[in-house]
Design a protein around this ligand. Structure first.
Ligand code: AAL
Length: 405
C-alpha cells in the first residue's frame, strides 16, 4: 500500500514538475539547474547516473521515484470472435458490457443497430445521426468467451415521447442481491447535436429478462450551461457549465462500501480540444439503493482524462482504466475511496470500450479482470463489431538463447 501511495505521489510530482519547468522556460528563466540534489552511490548505480554534479531534469525526476513494481503494467492484444460476433456487414454491435457468468455461460449486453450512419446534415427525423443512434440493447451468451450466440433484444427504445424514445445504448450490467441491473445511455428525439443524453436503468430477476425499465432517467446532465444562439452547434456557448453539462455517458454501477457508485463519463457544453484530444472527464454519483436516487459527488470530476468507463473493485478501493483522452490517458488508476484516484501505471494503449470479466477473481491480481474480455472495433465508421482482447504482464525481456541466472 505504501509503495502504491509513493508511486502515485511520484507520478503527480512528475507532472507538476514538468508543467512548472515548461512555464518557466516560456518565461525565459533558466529552469531546474541551480538546486543542489543529494545522490547516494546506490542511487547513482541503480539509475546509471554518470556524474552527480550534472543532473539532468530527467535524472532529478528519477531520483524521486519510489521502488516501482510491475504489478499494474500490462499489454493488450485483440482478436476476432466466432459465431454471431464474427464481423457482419450491415449490423452495428458495439460498446459491450462487462461479462458475467450465469447458468454455466458468459453473458454480455451491447448496443445493436442496423443501417448506415447519415450524420446530421439531412433530415434528423428520418436519418441515423451516429452509429449508436436508433439502437436497442441486445444480449448474447457464450460457453467459452470466444463463440457467441446472439440471444435477442433485452431493452428496447421507449414509446414516442418517452425519455428514451430515440436510442438506448452503451450498457453495463450489475448483479446484486439475486437481481440484475442494466444501466445505459438514453436519447430522446429529436437527436440534434445539442440534445442532452441521460442514463436509464432496467432490472430483472434473470439475466434473460424480462426487463423492467425505470420510468425516469436515473442520471441527467448538469443544468448550468448556456448555449449561444439557436444554431445546432455544440461548441457555441455563453457558459459551459459543469464537466457533464451536455451528456452523461458510459454508466457503470459498482456496489461499494454498502452503497452504489455510478461511474460515468461527462461531456461538457462547448467542449474543447485539449492535450491533443477531447475534453472528457469522469464523475461518480452515489445511491443507497441500486435504483437510486443517485446523487452526484461534490468532488466531481474525479478524472480529467479517459473515455469509456472501465472500473473494478480491488484491495478495498476502486481501480479505473483511463484511455483515449486527456493528459492522463493510457494509465491505470486506483482510489482507496472510489473518488480520489491516483496513477498506478502507464500502458501502451488499451482496446476501446472494454467489457471486462466480472466473473474473474478481482482480488487475485490488480488487473485480473482485464486478463481477457470484450471490446469493439471500427471496421468502418458505419460498421463496428465486437472483438475479444487479452492482456499480459511484461515479465522478462530476454534475447533468444540468452543464458538464465
Ligand atoms: C462511446 C461512448 C458512448 C458515446 C458513443 C457511444 O465511445 O463513449 O457510447 O455516446 O461512443
Amino acid at each position: 500500500m505504501m509503495r502504491r501511495i509513493k508511486s502515485t505521489m511520484w507520478m503527480a510530482i512528475t507532472l507538476v514538475f514538468a508543467v512548472s519547468c515548461h512555464n518557466k522556460e516560456n518565461n525565459n528563466e533558466s529552469c531546474c539547474s541551480s538546486e543542489k540534489v543529494e545522490v547516494t552511490d546506490m542511487q547513482m548505480d541503480k539509475l546509471g547516473i554518470t556524474n552527480r554534479e550534472y543532473l539532468s531534469a530527467a535524472s532529478k525526476r528519477a531520483l524521486q521515484w519510489p521502488e516501482l513494481g510491475n504489478d499494474w503494467y500490462i499489454e493488450f492484444e485483440v482478436f476476432d470472435l466466432k459465431g454471431d460476433f464474427a464481423y457482419e456487414e450491415g449490423v452495428v454491435r458495439r460498446d459491450p458490457s462487462a461479462l458475467i457468468k450465469e447458468n454455466g455461460k458468459y453473458y454480455v449486453w451491447y448496443t445493436r443497430s442496423t443501417g448506415k450512419t447519415d450524420g446530421f446534415a439531412g433530415d434528423i427525423e428520418k436519418d441515423k445521426v451516429f452509429p449508436w443512434d436508433r439502437c436497442d440493447i441486445w444480449y448474447a451468451t457464450s460457453e467459452d468467451g470466444v463463440t457467441w450466440k446472439e440471444e435477442g433484444p433485452a431493452v428496447l427504445r421507449g414509446e414516442k415521447g418517452e425519455y428514451d424514445d430515440r436510442s438506448v445504448f452503451t450498457v453495463e450490467i450489475m448483479k446484486w442481491d439475486g437481481k440484475y441491473y442494466l444501466c445505459y445511455q438514453t436519447v430522446k428525439s429529436p437527436y440534434n447535436v445539442r440534445v442532452k443524453n441521460q442514463v436509464g436503468l432496467a432490472w430483472a430477476d434473470s439475466p434473460d429478462g424480462p426487463w423492467t425499465k425505470s420510468k425516469d432517467p436515473i442520471l441527467s446532465p448538469a443544468d448550468n450551461g448556456i448555449w449561444e444562439g439557436e444554431v445546432q452547434n455544440r461548441f457555441k456557448v455563453k457558459k459551459k457549465g459543469d464537466f457533464d453539462s451536455h451528456k452523461v455517458h458510459d454508466p457503470c454501477i459498482i456496489p461499494y462500501k454498502g452503497k452504489f457508485y455510478l461511474y460515468y463519463k461527462g461531456e461538457q457544453m462547448g467542449e474543447e480540444v485539449t492535450f491533443g484530444g477531447r475534453q472528457i472527464r469522469h464523475g461518480v454519483a452515489i445511491a443507497d439503493n441500486p435504483k437510486g436516487p443517485y446523487v452526484k459527488s461534490p468532488y466531481n470530476p474525479i478524472s480529467n482524462s479517459g473515455h469509456e468507463i472501465c472500473v473494478w473493485p480491488y484491495n478495498g478501493g476502486i481501480a479505473s482504466l483511463i484511455t483515449t483522452d486527456g493528459p492522463e490517458r493510457n494509465t491505470i488508476q486506483w482510489s482507496p475511496d472510489g473518488v480520489n484516484f491516483e496513477i498506478q501505471s502507464s500502458i501502451k494503449g488499451a482496446p476501446h470500450a472494454i467489457g471486462l470479466n466480472r466473473a474473474a477473481d478481482n482480488e487475485k491480481d490488480p488487473t485480473e479482470v482485464l486478463r481477457w474480455g470484450l471490446t469493439h472495433e471500427y471496421r468502418t465508421y458505419d460498421w463496428q463489431y465486437i472483438r475479444g482482447f487479452r492482456s499480459r504482464k511484461v515479465k522478462n525481456h530476454t534475447a533468444i538463447g540468452e543464458e538464465g541466472e
